[in-house]
Design a protein around this ligand. Structure first.
Ligand code: TXA
Ligand code: MG
Length: 349
């Protein structure tokens, strides 16, 4: 069933949706980051359906979503001072913390790890569904495994319709990138996946923060990583993609033009609004991802833009990169994987 709660949550329909969750069915629902495909986290069979629907490898654990902080102690234990500080400062919000799990969480959710990822979404629809279902909800991003995360229902329906019992539409998601994933190791928060909550913000609260080396590096499939999700091809359209970032704007335009020519125009450019008039591609082949200094806008648009570009089936998708600072770190982390590290970077020397 499809429900549209973009303007307001319908309480009768909310009851239906929460019953589905309690009965072990899958529901797609919005959060402030991206859409999730959720199931009762305490029900092994229900969680198993998520892995089937997404085609997700079983060694990639899921995030457990809770309605409020008081629920954390029901699923996690031995919370340290640093962890508590992170919880107090960044939850609810686009922030996921890895904690020591309690046995109530089935192995299938954590892929057998002794930790569990916890998030409290700051979105009224997500909150309503979790609260009235009365159970923690395991939910990965709503997309086929390996594809860009779903940020609007139109694109999610194309991919996952028929694989879930209900789809709740809350409009385009506010942030557009998945949450920041953090694990505290030896009292220092380590960012396993960058997101809207930036290293700079965490540093301000805790004093020290690390970025896992795999956030920007290319990862060998057989290596041991802190977060299993890091290993997999991700955010990837069917077409090949190339990421271009030159500090100097003239170089940037030069490289864009060079590759447009090299592929004889059979490209789609995911570019900044400011560059639309500066490069020449055929009608509809330039997709505006936002203003070059507005990282919030770029984050919000990027996954939809990748899907749109892919529908045009170009030989190459050329993507404009940004600085790896603030929210830029999260955007570039996703785009490097999108391009499978086909990346041109030119710094001013
Ligand atoms: O914003 C979000 O986080 C969205 C919305 C729906 O909440 N969810 C999301 O889930 O992005 P997913 O499954 O697409 O990504 C979860 C990431 C994966 O990279 C996974 O490997 C990692 O979190 N993860 C989950 N449990 C973990 C654990 N116990 N230890 C380390 N990493 C974990
Ligand atoms: Mg995902």
């Amino acid at each position: 069933m499809y429900y549209n709660w973009e303007v307001q949550t319908n309480t009768e329909e909310l009851k239906v949706v929460c019953n589905l969750i309690r009965n072990g069915e899958l529901v797609i629902f919005p959060t402030e980051t991206v859409y999730g495909i959720g199931a009762n986290a305490l029900d092994e069979n229900a969680v198993g359906k998520i892995f089937v629907a997404k085609g997700r490898p079983s060694d990639n654990p899921l995030i457990v979503h809770l309605a409020d902080k008081r629920k954390i102690e029901e699923v996690a234990q031995n919370i340290t001072e640093v962890e508590q500080k992170l919880i107090d400062n960044f939850m609810p919000g686009p922030f996921t913390i890895i904690l020591e799990r309690k046995d109530i969480i089935p192995d299938i959710v954590t892929a057998g790890l002794n930790t569990v990822a916890i998030r409290i979404p700051d979105n009224i629809i997500a909150k309503g569904i979790i609260t009235f279902s009365g159970v923690p909800i395991a939910a990965p991003s709503a997309n086929i495994s390996g594809k860009p995360s779903g940020t609007s229902i139109q694109e999610i329906r194309k991919e996952l319709e028929g694989k879930v019992s209900a789809i709740v539409d809350g409009g385009k998601t506010k942030i557009g990138l998945e949450s920041t994933v953090v694990k505290v190791v030896d009292e220092v928060p380590v960012i396993l996946r960058p997101g809207k909550v930036t290293p700079e913000e965490i540093e301000k609260v805790i004093g020290k923060v690390k970025i896992d080396k795999n956030v920007l590096a290319k990862i060998d499939k057989n290596s041991v990583v802190e977060s299993p999700g890091m290993k997999y091809r991700h955010y990837a359209p069917e077409s090949k993609c190339k990421l271009i970032y030159c500090e100097n704007e003239l170089d940037q335009i030069f490289y864009l033009k060079k590759y447009i020519k090299e592929y004889k125009g059979n490209v789609v450019v995911l570019g900044f609004k400011e560059h639309e008039e500066k490069i020449y591609v055929s009608e509809g082949r330039f997709i505006n991802i936002g203003s070059k200094n507005n990282y919030e806008e770029i984050a919000k648009n990027i996954f939809s833009a990748l899907r749109k570009a892919d529908e045009l089936k170009p030989e190459m998708i050329l993507i404009e990169g940004i600085k790896k600072e603030g929210l830029g770190l999260a955007i570039m982390n996703r785009l490097l994987r999108t391009c499978e590290y086909d990346y041109i970077e030119l710094k001013n020397s």
